[in-house]
Design a protein around this ligand. Structure first.
Ligand code: UDP
Length: 509
C-alpha cells in the first residue's frame, strides 16, 4: 500500500470524511476515468483508496506523484494479481495485455479472485473505515464485499446515460437471445427516442469463449447495487439520464466530464500510460499549426486495426491534404506498416503530419487550439474528451457500446459525422477486412474540416457543448453539486454506522 498525500479539508464540518474505495477494471478506458474520479472526490474533501495491482500501479506512477504533490488524500492499494493460477502469462494484468479473446474469461476470473484479498484488506483496522465502494460494473464480485461490510456499492460502467440505458434494456429484456442473424434489426423498447440497430452493433453481442455466465453475474450485481456513477453531465443528455434513473429505479450520479479535473498540462500528460512523444515537441508542433486546422486521429486503448486498414487510413489522411496527428498503437505496429510508413509516407506528409507510435497525451493534444476535428473510435472517454475540447468528430466505432456513442454524437448532439463503417471490428480479431477505404476517409476529413456551412454548424454546436460541460463541472454546476451530494450521502452513511470519529480520521492525513 502506498500512502500518497493527505490534503482536503473535509466538507461536512464535524461529520466524518467519506472514505471511497475505488475498484477500476484494469483497462485504460476504466482506470483513467477512475483516477480522475479519485482526484475529484479527494479535491472535494473525501478520502480515497484506489485498488490496483503491481503492473498497473507502475503505470499509475505519474498519477501517484501528481496527487501526492497536490496533497490529496488518495492511497494506492496494490493487490497481487493471480495470473499463474488462471492460466495468464506473467504480468498480464491489464485488458490491453491480453493477446487472445479466449483469455478474457481467465482474466475476469482472476479479477474475481481478488475478492478475498480485498475483503481482508478492508477488514484490517483501517484508519478510516470505508463508506462506499465504487467499482467497475465488470467487477461484479465487489457486490459481495459491500454486503459483507454493510456499505453501499455503486457501479461505474464507463458509459454515458444514452448507452447505459440501451445496455440496461437489452439485458433486462434479453433482446439478443435467440437472434441468430447478426444483421437483424433490434428495436429498443421504451427508449425515449426511436432507436434501432443491428444485433452486431449492440453491446454484449460479441460472443467470447467461456464467458456465458459472467455477463449474467455482472447484470445481477448491477440490479443489486445501490446506484450508478456516470461520467457525463445532465445538460448533455437529460432525456436519457432521466429515463435511466426511472428504468433502473436507482440513484444515478452524473459527475462528469471528469477529465475536466485536469487544469494543467503536467497532469494531462501523465494521464494513462507514459506518453511515447515528448510533450514539448508535440506542443511546439501544434503551436506551429493554424487554430482549428489539425485533425486528431486516435482509436483508444483497445481497438485493433489491421495493417491493411491502417494503410487505407493513412492514404486517406494524405489525400485530404489536411494537417493531422495520427496515433498508431504499439500493439498494431507490424513490419508491414512500419515499412510502408518509412518508405515514402512519412516523407510525403512531413510538413503537416505527426505520427505517434504508442501512447499519446490525448487530452493535452485534443484541447490545443490547433485541433479542429477528432476522428475517434467513440469509446466514451474519448467521446467526452472530444466534447470538452469543443471539436466536431468523425465517428469510427469498432465494437461494444461505441456504436451507441456514435448515435448520440451524430443523431442527438449533431456534433459529428459518421465515417460509415461497414461492420463491427471485433476486439483481438486480426483477420478483419478493410472497413473504411481511403476515399471514404478523405471525404470524411474534407467534410469535417471544410469551411462550408454544414461543417460550420457542427463546429458551433460542438463549442456550445464544451461550454455547457464546463458550466456543469465548475462550482455550483450540476456535476459539481452531484459530487458534493454523493460525498455527503456516503459520509452520512458512515456516521450512521457510528464507527468513525474525527480523531481516527486525522491519522489518515
Ligand atoms: N488514451 C490516451 N492516449 C492514447 C490512447 C488513449 O490518453 O494514445 C486515453 C484516452 O484519452 C481515453 C482512454 O485512453 O481517456 C481510452 O478510453 P476510451 O473509452 O476512449 O476507449 P477504450 O480504450 O476504452 O476503447
Amino acid at each position: 500500500m502506498t500512502f500518497l498525500g493527505g490534503g482536503g479539508d473535509g466538507q461536512n464540518g464535524s461529520t466524518t470524511r467519506a472514505h471511497f474505495v475505488l475498484v477500476p477494471m484494469m483497462g485504460q478506458g476504466h482506470t483513467i476515468p477512475m483516477t480522475d474520479m479519485a482526484r475529484l472526490l479527494a479535491e472535494h474533501g473525501a478520502q480515497v483508496s484506489f485498488i490496483t495491482t503491481p503492473v498497473n500501479a507502475a503505470r499509475l506512477a505519474g498519477f501517484a506523484t501528481d496527487v501526492e504533490a497536490a496533497g490529496l488524500a488518495i492511497r494506492l492499494v496494490e493487490l497481487r494479481f493471480p495470473t499463474a493460477e488462471f492460466g495468464l502469462p506473467d504480468g498480464c494484468e491489464n485488458l490491453d495485455m491480453i493477446q487472445s479473446r479466449g483469455l478474457l474469461s481467465n482474466f475476469l476470473e482472476a479479477c474475481a479472485a481478488l475478492q478475498e484479498p480485498l475483503m481482508a484488506h478492508l477488514r484490517e483496522k483501517q484508519v478510516s473505515p470505508p463508506s462506499c465502494i465504487i467499482s467497475s460494473q465488470m467487477h461484479w464480485w465487489t457486490g459481495g464485499i459491500a454486503r459483507e461490510l454493510t456499505i453501499p456499492r455503486l457501479a461505474f460502467g464507463g458509459y454515458c446515460g444514452f448507452s447505459s440505458l440501451v445496455r440496461y434494456i437489452l439485458y433486462r429484456d434479453n433482446l439478443l437471445e435467440n437472434v441468430a442473424d447478426e444483421n437483424a434489426l433490434i428495436t429498443i423498447p421504451g427508449f425515449p427516442t426511436p432507436l434501432e440497430l443491428t444485433k452486431a452493433k449492440c453491446p454484449g453481442s460479441i460472443s467470447i469463449p467461456c464467458m456465458e455466465k459472467i455477463p449474467e453475474k455482472i447484470f445481477e450485481e448491477e440490479l443489486a447495487c445501490d446506484g450508478q456513477v456516470i461520467n457525463s453531465f445532465e445538460e448533455l443528455e437529460t432525456l436519457y439520464i432521466e429515463s435511466f434513473k426511472k428504468v433502473t429505479r436507482k440513484k444515478v450520479w452524473t459527475i462528469g466530464p471528469m477529465c475536466l479535473c485536469h487544469r494543467n498540462i503536467n497532469t494531462m500528460s501523465t494521464r494513462g500510460n507514459k506518453a511515447s512523444v515528448d510533450d514539448a515537441q508535440c506542443l511546439q508542433w501544434l503551436d506551429s499549426m493554424k487554430p482549428g486546422s489539425v485533425i486528431f486521429v486516435s482509436f483508444g486503448s483497445l481497438a485493433t486495426t489491421t495493417p491493411q486498414q491502417l494503410v487505407e487510413l493513412g492514404l486517406g489522411l494524405e489525400a485530404s491534404k489536411k494537417p493531422f496527428i495520427w496515433v498508431i498503437k504499439a500493439g498494431v505496429k507490424s513490419p508491414e506498416v512500419e515499412d510502408w510508413l518509412a518508405n515514402g509516407f512519412e516523407e510525403r506528409v512531413k510538413d503537416r503530419g505527426m505520427i505517434i507510435r504508442g501512447w499519446a497525451p490525448q487530452v493535452m493534444i485534443l484541447w490545443h487550439q490547433a485541433i479542429g476535428g477528432f476522428m475517434t473510435h467513440c469509446g466514451w472517454n474519448s467521446t467526452i474528451e472530444g466534447i470538452c475540447a469543443g471539436v466536431p468528430m468523425i465517428t469510427w466505432p469498432h465494437f461494444a457500446e461505441q456504436f451507441l456513442n456514435e448515435k448520440l454524437v451524430v443523431d442527438v448532439l449533431k456534433t459529428g459525422l459518421e465515417v460509415g463503417v461497414k461492420g463491427v471490428t471485433q476486439w483481438r480479431n486480426e483477420q478483419q477486412e478493410v472497413m473504411v477505404t481511403r476515399d471514404v476517409v478523405e471525404k470524411a476529413v474534407y467534410n469535417l474540416m471544410d469551411k462550408g456551412e454544414a461543417a460550420e454548424e457542427l463546429r458551433m454546436r460542438a463549442k456550445v457543448y464544451a461550454i455547457k460541460a464546463r458550466k456543469a463541472f465548475n462550482e455550483e454546476g450540476s456535476s459539481y453539486n452531484n459530487i458534493r451530494l454523493l460525498i455527503q450521502e456516503m459520509g452520512n452513511k458512515t456516521n450512521a454506522c457510528g464507527d468513525t470519529d474525527g480523531s481516527k480520521l486525522s491519522l489518515f492525513v
